[in-house]
Design a protein around this ligand. Structure first.
Ligand code: ATP
Ligand code: MG
Length: 472
């Protein structure tokens, strides 16, 4: 019915209060009315008892005389009196007197029901309350003394009370509504705060969270759910932006190769076979680009199960020469030689495209950070239940201070030197390597001596071990 929660709360509060206040008012009025009526009965009884001694002196008192006397004594008016002498034997009224002829009908009360001596009965007659007391029960006669008094309906006290209640209840209701409005505003304040906080969170401020500490329990759950949603959103945003930088990082080399091959080829007329060779090379690179994008995209999902589907048994001893020949053009442009040494048969379990990316990145670093004419060695060592893939260069090396950070995204040791060595360096290469090796659950160790060179050791569990790890 109401769209606003506040209006709804206030409406229910109003209805409840009207019911409670009306009920309370009626209760107070009824209690007061009963009190007035009881006090009237008590008054009638006191007066009736008070006249007993007078009757002892004179049994034949006159009602008008008694009424006047009572008026003088109690100041009560109008107080109507009737005295009845009842003949027990004949069941007839011997003698009766009423203070005023106008009120005769008021005392139209059955006498034969009256009980023992001094018992008193009360009756309601129109606007009057009437009492009847058996004063004497002599041998042949019963004497009844009856009083009539205006009832409470006209009681000024009850009238005042009713007026007070009629005025006070709406005033109390308005005060209550005002207090309720303040309380509802205060109660809803945390909701307004949450809305303000939510509004301040935008796509580039996804790291912000709503503080759930001072928030009432009822909306805490909502806030926590919202914060969790933000966690997921932030994570997704990070992955998407990682994907863009990783993809452009990995595409740079193959695209340079394609461009170089095509440019060289176009410099002069070639035989059809030469064109064919170049086109084949370009196709191989293009396919690799496509595969790289697919795999990097998979990485953004961080869905290891999905990545695991692309895991196959590979022969590392065949993969390494292939990667080396792939990168040899890049190395020769920098006059660096890559020597494959100590290659042993090694069957491993891996995602080929991703592993290629990792090894190529380490090799590229070894080449870039070596001096012209330097040599880089790559080889496999059999060590218990793992193979160690070792890539060693004799370049500038990494200082001990930089070593712990080189796997961080965008970290570049000794910025000036790095820039000179490779103008296109972004500091992403080793971060990508680490991410790929983590997915494979391979370890990596970097040993480096500044000025002497760097040794990267990738620790690859033997195929069976690796399968076991992934199956568990
Ligand atoms: P890119 O994103 O193009 O690879 P990058 O090579 O600078 O840029 P990383 O491959 O992540 O980034 O390497 C991080 C830093 O570690 C490099 O800037 C470099 O200073 C240092 N580094 C990495 N490998 C070697 C190495 N073999 N010899 C000396 N320094 C290295
Ligand atoms: Mg690099």
């Amino acid at each position: 019915m109401f769209k606003s929660l506040k209006i709804k709360l206030l409406f229910f509060f109003l209805i409840t209060n009207i019911l409670v206040l009306s009920g309370f008012g009626i209760f107070i009025y009824m209690t007061a009315k009963k009190g007035v009526s009881d006090s009237l009965d008590t008054m009638l009884k006191i007066i009736s008892i008070d006249v007993i001694p007078d009757f002892k002196e004179d049994k034949h008192l006159d009602a008008k005389g008694v009424a006047d006397e009572l008026y003088e004594e109690f100041g009560l008016a109008p107080l109507h009196v009737k005295i009845i002498h009842y003949d027990k034997i004949n069941g007839t009224v011997e003698q009766e007197s009423v203070s005023s002829a106008a009120y005769e009908g008021l005392f139209d009360i059955p006498l034969n029901e009256m009980g023992h001596l001094h018992s008193i009965y009360y009756f309601d007659k129109d606007l009057y309350r009437v009492s009847s007391m058996l004063l004497f029960d002599d041998d042949g006669t019963k004497v009844f003394f009856q009083l009539g008094m205006l009832k409470d309906v006209d009681s000024p006290y009850l009238k005042d009370l009713a007026i007070s209640l009629l005025i006070a209840n709406p005033v109390i209701l308005i005060i209550f509504l005002f207090i309720a409005n303040t309380l509802v505003n205060r109660t809803l304040q945390p909701v307004k705060d949450v809305i303000r906080s939510v509004n301040s969170i935008s796509a580039n401020k996804l790291c912000k969270r709503i503080d759930a500490k001072s928030i009432p329990t009822e909306i805490k759950e909502l806030v926590e759910t919202f914060n969790r949603l933000l966690d997921n959103l932030e994570e997704s945003f990070k992955r998407i932006s990682s994907f863009s930088s990783d993809a452009s990082h990995e595409l740079k080399t193959p695209l340079t190769v394609i461009r170089g091959e095509v440019e060289v080829c176009l410099r002069q007329e070639r035989s059809p076979q030469e064109y064919r060779n170049v086109l084949e090379d370009v196709l191989v690179e293009a396919l690799r680009v496509q595969e790289t994008i697919d795999q990097l995209f998979l990485l953004t999902k961080k869905d290891t199960a999905e990545l695991g589907k692309n895991f196959t048994e590979l022969y590392l001893d065949e993969l390494i020469p292939d990667i080396v020949s792939q990168i040899s053009r890049f190395a020769s442009r920098r006059s660096v030689r890559i020597n494959i040494k100590n290659i042993i048969p090694a069957t491993i379990y891996a995602n080929e495209t991703l592993l290629r990316i990792a090894i190529e990145n380490i090799l590229r670093n070894a080449i870039i950070y070596s001096a012209q004419g330097a040599e880089v060695e790559i080889g496999i060592i059999d060590s218990d239940n793992e193979y160690l893939l070792v890539i060693e260069d004799h370049g500038c090396g990494i200082t001990q201070e930089d070593l712990p950070f080189v796997f961080d995204r965008f970290y570049r040791a000794d910025k000036a030197r790095s820039r000179k060595a490779s103008e296109s360096g972004t500091g992403l290469g080793l971060a990508i390597v680490k991410m790929i090796l983590d997915i494979h659950r391979y370890g990596i160790e970097l040993q480096s001596t500044p000025g002497a060179g760097t040794k990267a050791i990738i620790k690859i569990p033997k195929s069976d071990e690796q399968k076991l790890i992934f199956d568990s």
